[in-house]
Unconditional design. Structure first.
Length: 187
């Protein structure tokens, strides 16, 4: 589950894309907490298939319900992107950098075209031959859907794709941090 702030009005209508820079994803179950969806004045719940999807959307793990995973990501992200010890990185700084990578000054989502050979597993891409996002995994692409990933599609090293995952997260994956995917449960 993800959170970008309160995106809905009192009638439950979505009125904005995000509020603030802190975009996190959480465990669906934590300390037996129960929420009524889209409560007035509360954050709007977003749901993701898996970590790879949440990271591609520009979110990071929650430091409350996913503390161990969040610290692992923060430390890998800081070492890769700042050449720093993660314990010295403040989350608002990370959130601000991620915000600059995911949305331009014009409010449009930032993406980039690259050759697939330079990308690590776990990154979400859109191949030129498709409009659908795909997960990159073990030299193949898997079409994303709400129901899970499709059958593998072969890739070519010189193939151009649009990268959906923010640049600093791609670098973190390349350095060895691996997002959990729905494919993990299928294997």
């Amino acid at each position: 589950m993800g959170n970008r702030g309160a995106l809905h009005n009192d009638e439950g209508e979505i009125t904005k894309f995000h509020k603030g820079n802190r975009w996190i994803f959480c465990e669906l179950e934590f300390k037996d907490r129960k929420r009524e969806l889209m409560q007035p004045g509360q954050y709007t719940e977003l749901f993701f298939l898996d970590e790879a999807t949440a990271f591609a959307a520009g979110h990071r793990p929650c430091m409350e319900c996913m503390r161990e995973r969040a610290v692992e990501f923060r430390d890998a992200w800081a070492a890769t992107n700042l050449n720093a010890d993660g314990s010295h990185v403040r989350l608002p700084m990370m959130d601000a950098m991620l915000q600059r990578e995911r949305i331009g000054a014009d409010g449009v989502r930032k993406t980039g075209k690259v050759k697939i050979s330079g990308l690590p597993d776990g990154v979400m891409v859109v191949p030129e031959s498709s409009e659908a996002p795909h997960l990159l995994d073990s030299g193949r692409m898997y079409r994303w859907s709400f129901a899970g990933y499709g059958a593998p599609v072969a890739t070519k090293p010189d193939q151009s794709v649009t990268v959906l995952t923010p640049r600093s997260v791609v670098k973190t994956f390349k350095a060895g941090f691996a997002p959990h995917t729905d494919r993990d449960s299928q294997e």
